[in-house]
Design a protein around this ligand. Structure first.
Ligand SMILES: Cc1cc2nc3c(=O)[nH]c(=O)nc-3n(C[C@H](O)[C@H](O)[C@H](O)COP(=O)(O)OP(=O)(O)OC[C@H]3O[C@@H](n4cnc5c(N)ncnc54)[C@H](O)[C@@H]3O)c2cc1C
Length: 447
């Protein structure tokens, strides 16, 4: 598998902070499961609040999606505000904007303390086909009291029909940030939570090892896709979407952050002398353009640019575009979750960490209702997602996902077996790559 720019930099040149593995029996007030941006920010807030906590990470911190992001820090989450006005009304749409702008401000403060190549940049969403969509979004965002404007042209090498600009957003190096804030936190790596019971997480165990356990008054599940199926119905209300990234040397200085409004469109930002070109996206387990599509684009517009990096990652998508942050379910006292960041997990992780820290310390979080994981979903959305899963559950195949039994699909770009229902991924030999599955798949092999 290809390594991202962020992870290669840290491992080879800078060195990640080392955290011990946890074994045996332990007790803590708050247990955080998952050492991505969301989990580590939760730990950071709890540390500041003087709370007794532990964070356990199955691999190393940032080894999940956080190490494979494009790291734009923005409250411009594609064309979300027009949709939110329609879906949740003006007050909640304004809350969403405020929550993410506050997250951005918090990053500005932390970036003063942590060397993470933080740079202020304008963010743009453009369209190549439907000018009206952008005009409507400008109107929606302005109605929420945030000043934005319509652009006719951009510093990109093709014509557009229009773009919306969010001024004063930012980009950074996610692994420099993550490893910077993680220093001194109570983190354990290579500690895999196999099973959750009320107030108890079971950890370990490799062959020959005794299974350990951590008892906690409160538990935060920050594992990207929540892996406890019995409660919350996350297998019904989340799916995963995969995207590809190329790091190109000698391509273009784009002086901002850009995203095509269509789900299959492209994303642009620079890091140093590299252009990070994203796209080729598709639902995990389905076919999509992948790196080939990005290479075709690069050959056409940046002939002569050198491909230095190629990587891919996926994110959890909620059904209404709003993350699920809060109580895991109505029946699981003391259990919390953050997921469904919809490829906007940088500011959303900050929003989540602040809210979850409030919840576990007994405060009422500001945006609780907006992000409530138990909020009502439209029946049509649930039906559509459920039908997708049902089709793959009923597809005859010997290669099945150990999560809920869907038929796995071969991913020819990345040589992996991917689950089209919930996005678990496996190596050719069945070894688990991405959750929500918690174990390897049996006897896969190749067609
Ligand atoms: C290609 C791409 C580009 C993106 N670009 C942007 C962007 O520009 N801006 C933006 O805002 N967002 C972006 N995103 C989204 C963002 O990267 C993610 O939403 C965010 O990184 C998710 O962070 P996380 O902490 O929830 O998950 P992760 O970083 O995946 O962390 C979860 C951690 O939990 C651990 N874990 C899982 N199961 C267990 C277990 N049982 N026991 C112990 N540990 C466990 C995993 O090992 C992992 O380290 C992008 C996403 C993709 C796919």
């Amino acid at each position: 598998m290809s390594q991202s720019l962020w992870r290669e930099f840290d491992y080879e040149k800078r060195g990640l902070p080392q955290f011990p593995k946890l074994q045996g029996r332990h007790k803590t007030d708050v247990l955080i499961i998952g050492g991505g941006l969301c989990g580590v920010l939760c730990a950071w807030f709890l540390e500041q609040a003087g709370v007794d906590y532990m964070l356990v990470e199955a691999d190393t911190i940032g080894s999940g999606m956080t190490g494979n992001t494009t790291a734009k820090l923005t409250s411009q989450h594609n064309l979300i505000y027009g949709k939110l006005l329609h879906l949740v009304g003006k007050e909640r749409a304004a809350q969403y904007l405020r929550a993410n702008e506050e997250a951005l401000s918090q990053y500005r403060i932390l970036a003063e303390m942590v060397d993470c190549d933080f740079e202020e940049k304008d963010a743009f969403v453009y369209t190549r086909s439907d000018r009206k969509k952008i005009e409507d979004e400008v109107e929606a965002v302005n109605a929420l009291g945030f000043s934005t404007d319509f652009r006719e042209t951009l510093a990109l090498p093709f014509p557009i029909k229009g773009a919306i600009c969010f001024p004063g957003q930012a980009q950074f190096h996610p692994m420099k940030f993550l490893t910077g804030i993680a220093k001194g936190l109570n983190i354990y790596e290579h500690t895999f939570v196999q099973e959750l019971a009320p107030h108890t997480a079971y950890i370990g165990a490799e062959p020959g090892e005794e299974r350990g356990e951590i008892c906690a008054d409160q538990i935060i599940v920050a594992t990207h896709f929540p892996f406890l199926n019995k409660h919350g119905g996350y297998f019904l209300k989340l799916y995963q979407h995969r995207s590809y990234v190329l790091g190109l040397e000698g391509a273009q200085e784009v002086a901002g952050m850009y995203l095509d409004e269509s789900q299959e469109g492209l994303s642009f930002r620079n890091y140093g002398n590299l252009l990070l070109l994203g796209g080729g996206s598709h639902r995990t387990g389905a076919q999509g353009g992948g790196w080939q599509e990005l290479r075709r684009f690069a050959n056409q517009y940046y002939a002569g640019a050198k491909e230095k990096y190629a990587w891919a990652a996926q994110d959890c998508m909620s059904l209404d575009g709003i993350p699920y942050i809060g109580a895991y379910s109505r029946r699981t006292a003391g259990l919390y979750v953050a997921s469904g960041f919809g490829k906007w997990g940088m500011t959303s992780s900050m929003v989540a960490a602040k809210m979850l820290c409030d919840l576990v310390t007994g405060k009422e979080p500001q945006y609780r209702q907006l992000y409530d994981p138990a909020r009502r979903m439209k029946k049509s959305q649930l039906f559509l997602n459920g039908t997708q899963a049902a089709v793959h559950l009923l597809t005859p195949s010997l290669r099945r996902c150990p999560h809920l039994g869907c038929a796995l699909k071969w991913n020819p770009q990345e040589h992996s077996w991917d689950c089209p229902c919930h996005g678990s991924r496996f190596e050719e030999d069945g070894m688990l790559i991405d959750n929500p599955a918690t174990g390897d798949a049996a006897s896969l092999g190749r067609d």
